[in-house]
Design a protein around this ligand. Structure first.
Ligand code: SAM
Length: 248
């Protein structure tokens, strides 16, 4: 009798484990399907705004990165079911994870190459850093809110992104010890292009940065530095970002 009870106990335990495992597999399948649908939505948005963007369809490798990175793992638990809606979501501390369409535009315009070293200012959830890590050699990302920086760092490690380096600090000043960078992406609204970031950009490099003021039109600006260190800027599309904070 004792032996039968023992067997029944273990059958129940195995049953529960199988149930949990299969519901996890089903959820991952659903998320993967939603990621593919999200890429279709982004493609449609890009077609609609191609006049603004002044460019053709996105590079397929950028879209592949969006298909690969599990956005649901970079948002708080209570936001998981909205992870593949094409909109920003709250990540705590008054901050947001950017809209996937904006992440896609910024990533495509940055043109990350396999061996590039990229600086990101505004780690937030770590999602944009993960997208860049799929496409570039290494990503250096700075976040001013310590709790967000630590959370993103843990998530990026769990997701296996060994080529992402995180730091807490004021990204206005860039990351001098690791400069220069092939590309720089700023994911918070600046009133002007920070001179330290311009300095840390390699000749031939590209920077994407939202510029403006919180209560007026903000534009995503593409900054390019040519081989002779000449700077050119181009306004790409109106955007809405949380402000770059700090005492600079
Ligand atoms: N890239 C993020 C992602 O994928 O989730 C979204 C970034 S969120 C729109 C902007 C982030 O910039 C916030 O987490 C905010 O705390 C951070 N931030 C604001 N000012 C900063 C500064 N001076 N240096 C570094 N990070 C800053």
């Amino acid at each position: 009798m004792k032996r039968i009870k023992h067997i029944i106990f273990w059958l129940i335990v195995i049953g529960i484990i199988l149930l949990l495992f299969s519901s996890h597999v089903i959820a991952e399948d659903v998320f993967q399907k939603q990621r593919h649908e999200l890429v279709s939505t982004i493609k449609a948005d890009v077609m609609r705004t191609s006049d603004f963007l002044g460019q053709g369809p996105f590079e397929e490798r950028v879209l592949d990165a969006i298909r690969n990175v599990p956005r649901h793992e970079f948002v708080p638990d209570d936001q998981r079911s909205y992870a593949y809606e094409n909109r920003p979501l709250p990540i705590g501390y008054g901050q947001t994870i950017s809209q996937p369409y904006i992440v896609a535009i910024m990533t495509d315009l940055l043109k990350p190459k396999k061996n590039d070293r990229i600086l990101e200012v505004g780690t937030g959830s770590g999602y944009q850093a993960a997208i860049l890590a799929e496409l570039a050699g290494s990503v250096y990302t700075i976040e001013i809110i310590e709790q967000l920086s630590e959370k993103a760092s843990g998530q990026l490690k769990r997701a296996g992104y060994t080529n992402v380096h995180t730091r807490t600090g004021d990204g206005y000043y860039g990351w001098d010890a690791e400069a220069p960078f092939d590309a720089i992406i700023v994911t918070a609204l600046a009133s002007h292009i920070p001179p330290p970031l311009l300095k840390q950009l390699k000749p031939g490099g590209r920077m994407l940065i939202p510029v403006g003021s919180p209560f007026m039109t903000q534009y995503l600006v593409l900054v390019t530095k040519d081989a002779d260190n000449k700077i050119t800027t181009r306004e790409i599309v109106p955007v809405s970002f949380v402000p770059l904070t700090g005492n600079h």
